[in-house]
Every structure is written in C-alpha cells, then in structure tokens.
Write a protein that binds this ligand. Structure first.
Ligand SMILES: [Zn+2]
Length: 348
C-alpha cells in the first residue's frame, strides 16, 4: 500500500496577484477587466505571469467641468429645499456659468467659503468624492413652500432641537394650505402625511412658527424655541370624542378608521408609514445638525413649568413639553420606538 501525505497549497488567482500588489478594490476590478480583454476569462487562466497596463488616475483632484459643479450644488441644495444659486453665490462660484464646459479650476470643496460643513459634505457626496457621507442618507422631501409664515434665518441660532407635533387635521394638503394662509400665523419645516410622504414647507435655515411661547416668553430670544428648532408636524387628528360608540374629531365629524385609547382619551393612531418616515427624517436631521438623541430630563412630553429649563436643551421633544396648552404629539405617540430606532442607527 502506497503511503500518502496530505498537503495544502493554493494557486494564486489573478485577483490575488493584483491584491498582493497593494491595489485598491477599484483598481483590481479595472485590472481584471483588462486581463480578461487581453488573455481571456480570468477564471480559466493558468497561474503564472501576465502583464497589463493599468492606467492610474492622477493622484489628487479629479476633473470636473464647471457644469458638473453647478449641477452638484443644485442637487445638494434641492435635497433640503434650498436654492442652488444661493449656495453657489455664498461659495463665490457664480462665475462658473460663464464657461460651463470649462474644467473647474476653483478651490477644493473643503476650502470654499460661505458653506457649512454639512453642505460641503453633501456636495462632495454628489460629486462622488470620498470621505463624504452617502447622499442617500437624506430622505426624499417634496418641497411645498414657500410660506410667508416664517422668519428668514435663525436670528443667529443653530438647529439644536427637533419638536414633534400633530396637525389636529386630516390631510397633508389641508395643513399646507393652512400653513400658507397668512391668517394662521403658523408653519413647520416638515409635514408627514398619512402615507409617510414628507413635505417640506420651510427651509431648515429659516425659523418656522410652530413652538411659540405665551406672553413675555414669546419675545425672549434667550428661551423661545423656534429659532433653535426644526418643527415636524405629523398629520393626525389628535384627541377624539366618544359619543354613542362613535368617535368624533374636533371639527365635529365622525372619525373613520382606527382609534386608540391612551392617557384616558381616544386618539387616531399614527400610521406605520408615518413612524418610518419620521424615524428616517429625525435621524437625518440629528446627523446633519448634530442634535443628540435625547429627551429633556423630565421626558419628551412632560411640560416644563419653567421654560428656562429648556433654553439650553439640545435634543428631541414634543410640543407638549414646551407649551402647557398643547398635547401633541400625545400619549399615543411611541417615543420609545423613535428613540430606540435612532440609537440603533436606522441608516446604518
Ligand atoms: Zn404642535
């Protein structure tokens, strides 16, 4: 009987050979294509020496035309309902239109003046430059503005908190028209309709009127929330009244559809699609503006007797935490679901 010896060995494949040269995955992929063009199917090659000319992109700045840059600025601005020309102008790049097909020779995106880090990151993502967060992190919004019910800018403040509301109404279109009506003197940045569609009415950089304070507090710039807040309105009737086993909304119409009981009252439940869109939107906004995933110390929907306590708060809360006369988003709102999803990182 012949003795045998078990020996393990491997024949380097073309992929391994290229990888051993320290090439990037992208270069390997391109290399394999070239090998295949020259020598036939890579899988059938006998291990050995093969030579290809792999073009190496010049290190540093990739080449973009001025039009590419303009397009990227417009696309990045549009994602958040802003104006591409405004961004170009802040960056001092409006001159690019004079030579649209010319090669872009301005500063690198990171060195451009007048843009925030988030704006630069978003432009870089669209241009496919490495190091930028993927563009798909931004949920899709439908721009339905503008409205006159807002202040231009944020009186020098940054976005530090996100306020969740319900609209006390039955349709996204109805809310938009109410928020555009000068008589209403209210607005919000975002509205989430029953089907989860996200509408944007006020630009993030402007102050929407959704979390006003009563009396003197309304004029106290140090504590009024609006200049520091992004307002999200979820389309929902709010409390329903029960009479003869039927439920009625505040307009007196009978409520069709599901009802939940919470906090001793009856409510229209939020839809799955609304929770999903809200989680996506809040997650995006928190990342974009560095808003921490936390409630105020007393809880997200507990009214703060002394509004000053919220003056330094950075995080996520309900309208009911800010104004004692408000109950939105209500006891039927699933704060745990929102916060747990944020902490788990829905986008990762
Ligand atoms: Zn509200």
């Amino acid at each position: 009987m012949t003795e045998t010896k078990r020996i393990s060995f491997s024949i380097p494949t073309a992929h391994e050979r290229l990888a051993a040269l320290g090439l990037t995955e992208e270069e390997i992929e391109r290399g394999l294509e070239l090998v295949e063009q020259k020598y036939g199917p890579v899988d059938e090659l006998v291990p050995g020496e093969y030579t290809i000319e792999l073009p190496i992109e010049e290190a540093g700045v990739p080449v973009y035309t001025n039009q590419d840059m303009i397009d990227a600025f417009y696309a990045a601005a549009r994602e958040i309902g802003e104006n591409g020309w405004g961004w170009l102008s802040r960056a001092g790049l409006t001159g690019l239109v004079a030579d649209r097909q010319g090669e872009y020779r301005g500063p690198a995106i990171d060195d451009l003046p007048g843009l925030t880090a988030a704006e630069k990151a978003s432009i870089k993502a669209i241009l496919g430059l490495t190091g930028a967060p993927p563009a798909e992190e931004a949920p899709s919004f439908t721009w339905v503005g503008p409205t006159g019910n807002c202040d231009s800018g944020r009186s020098g403040h940054q976005v530090e908190m996100i306020v969740v509301h319900y609209t006390a109404s039955g349709s996204g279109a109805g809310v938009v028209s109410w928020f555009k009506n000068p008589q209403s003197r209210v607005s919000a940045h975002y509205i989430i309709d029953h089907d989860g569609k996200i509408l944007q009415l006020v630009k993030d950089g402007d102050t929407a009127w959704h979390a006003g304070l009563p009396g003197d507090l309304a004029r106290n710039d140090a504590i009024r929330p609006n200049p520091r807040a992004i307002g999200i309105e979820i389309v929902n009737w709010g409390p329903l009244e029960k009479r003869d086993d039927k439920y009625y909304n505040w307009t007196g119409n009978e409520h069709q559809g599901q009802v939940v009981e919470a906090g001793g009252k009856y409510w229209e439940p939020y839809t799955e699609a609304q929770y999903e869109s809200l989680i996506e939107l809040v997650s995006y906004l928190c990342k974009r503006y560095n808003v921490p995933h936390r409630y105020p110390p007393l809880g997200p929907g507990t009214y703060y007797e002394r509004a000053q306590h919220l003056a330094d708060f950075h995080g996520i809360l309900g309208h009911d935490a800010i104004n004692r006369y408000k109950s939105d988003p209500g006891p039927h709102f699933d704060w745990d679901r929102l916060m747990d999803s944020l902490r788990e990182g829905v986008n990762s």
